[in-house]
Design a protein. Structure first.
Lengths: 176, 176
DNA sequence: ACCCACATGTAAGACGTTACATGATTCC
DNA sequence: GGAATCATGTAACGTCTTACATGTGGGT
């Protein structure tokens, strides 16, 4: 199976969030908030927008007659595509958790709880995996001495997972 | 300036860590510890090893006459290249901190303290940046309600930076 | 008139993935 | 002898980056 593309869904999500966006505005977005989680250059964005038009996900807004910018609107079909993407199960590999959360505006959306629960599951398994690797690879102090940098980042990774799991649990409680 | 490649330095670091490795062994490594931070498929690794030979970074170990595997050793030149890469200033963009730590075996290496200090600087700046974005974008509660998912991950990102900074500070103290 | 920010687009090349291909060894 | 694993390599393709290219509009 070919690897699932992410960029078109991000563009869809951005247009959906703001109701109406130009290619230039989208490319600027990656310098701000969404830039924490993803990046795309304008040379990627413009052709992608054309593809999305031909797929019927978005359409140019003919109401605005600006000599410079072209604004795009999401179509009903596009709204469905976005919702389906947001509903797809998270994978441990590509880590789309934060990105997808960014596109959920409503506190009461069932997608929200769903995403947090899935991520909690993924992180819990990963946490246990890291603990077992630590036990295996750093079974005694001499191994730590001989691979000190490695032992540092493994401990850091374990702590990070621990923190993330706690945050996810707290967030889940707040959502209930 | 062309974007700096990472893969060859990882291969160099792996070979250096283990003294001697075959392409197959390297590809297996990405299924284990180093896989937390990077991945490469065998179809990338084999040609890369050839390039590294022609650059004089590594050399095949002729002492081992295995009908299957080809083992590679790091050259003195390769050792220098690796050390220089580890000494290059960290950038906020590509986040090579964990990866580079992985290749530092000695607790007393000056590179260790150097890396932690650099990363501390980067994370501290990023932390302040996130706080200012939060103040700007979520200036009142209605903005939070209207972009709930976004506010969640922004708060999560702030907490994560905070945790990471604390860990870096503690680690730095331990190193002194 | 000139410069700069805005705005959109195309082309070439680097990098990485999946798929294709081949051969040796080990285990049953 | 057949299957699975070990081991190396090439080919085709998709994605993303950098560079090239063009035009508009506002400020001085």
């Amino acid at each position: 199976m070919p690897k699932k593309r992410v960029l078109p869904y991000i563009l869809l999500g951005l247009i959906n969030n703001q109701t109406k966006m130009s290619g230039y505005q989208i490319s600027q977005e990656f310098n701000h908030e969404i830039g924490e989680f993803w990046h795309a250059s304008h040379s990627q964005i413009y052709p992608e927008l054309q593809r999305m038009i031909s797929d019927g996900w978005i359409e140019p807004d003919d109401a605005v007659k600006d000599s410079k910018s072209i604004f795009y609107l999401i179509t009903p079909n596009g709204k469905n595509v976005l919702k389906e993407w947001l509903s797809e199960p998270l994978s441990e590999k590509d880590d789309l958790f934060s990105l997808k959360l960014y596109f959920i505006k409503d506190q009461d959306s069932p997608l929200l709880k769903n995403l947090v629960q899935q991520q909690l599951q993924i992180n819990s398994e990963h946490y246990l995996h890291l603990l077992s690797r630590k036990k295996l690879v750093f079974s005694d102090e001499s191994k730590v001495r001989d691979n000190y940098g490695h032992s540092l980042i493994l401990n850091r990774a374990i702590e990070r997972e621990h923190n993330h799991i706690n945050w996810l649990k707290n967030t889940l409680d707040d959502l209930k």
